[in-house]
Design a protein around this ligand. Sequence first.
Ligand code: PAF
Length: 285
Amino acid sequence: MQVIQQIEQLKQVVRDAKRQGKTVGLVPTMGYLHEGHLTLMRRARQEQGLVIATLFVNPLQFGPQEDYADYPRDLARDCELAESTGIDVLFAPAVDEMYPAGNGKTLTFVDVEKITASLCGASRPGHFRGVATVVTKLFNIAEADVAYFGQKDAQQVAVIRRMAEDLNMNVKIVAVPIVRESDGLAMSSRNKYLDSAQRQAALVLSRSLERAATLLAAGERDSSLIVATVRDLISQEPLAEIDYVSLVDPLTMEALDRVESRALLALAVKFGKTRLIDNMLWEGK
Ligand code: PAF
């Protein structure tokens, strides 16, 4: 596995691979890799000729009060884990390489409207503008044919799909199901922030999603009842502070009154300073 920090060097590797007729699979990450990221990399490895994972903590997608400075970083550990999946390249640029104007500044942004207005977009103003901008840059640099994202960030997946379609990008977006710890906690680099009491308390998230799935499977279709049940369960956990619980259309992120077909139950909950997200995609039965 090659570790590349310069955009021009990565572009050369991509050009060579494309000349050989290889497809490019891209796995964008912010590092501090866990099994969720490694699952994306293994999937890309199975399906694509050249596999590039990117490791870049993107300042543009963090608000001023958020954890950009504290976000966990460990390049040596990430290199070892990424290499174990058999990918070809780990692209780990410095901030100034991605944003040469310095300090994570750029004059050009990609803004996806409407889908970004609710859920995490409402709680984290500017977040998806930062995500869409950096993902566009990564797609362009890597000339990605297929890009792999975790379904845990369901709104991010919806935003990137919309962006790729609206801007006629030549990339296929693949969403890979959430990977969970054996006790149900969705894998996240931010789980590292939890102390043991918060880690235990956070299990309420997957439990409440399971409860909602049981209600849906039993035929319940009233969104407000399902959301209220989930909120109630989470509220019983003293360490949990709900940001949002919402049943939405998985493509538009608009709230649903009734669950007629596909639906996404999405939630964000804080445990101390750590904000975790989780979700359940209901395929409709
Ligand atoms: O999901 C993430 O880790 C980030 O939002 C992404 C897609 C790598 C863009 O910085």
